[in-house]
Write a protein that binds this ligand. Sequence first.
Ligand code: ZN
Length: 71
Amino acid sequence: MVVCQRCGTENPEGSQYCGGCGRPLKIFPKIKKKEKEPKKPESELKIQIFLVIIIVALIVLATQIASLPKM
Ligand SMILES: [Zn+2]
């Protein structure tokens, strides 16, 4: 069973086109996932990890400064 993402019509398995609206039915989740894998998130992830490391370092630094005996 293939449900059209546009109109919701249920088409028999293997249908290439929707029986309701005629839209081509693309049922290649694996290929779609590959297409949806741009290389940008990887660098964004690295930046996020970098930011987390900086934040953790700042927290550690702040706690160390706070634990220091003040004049
Ligand atoms: Zn349809």
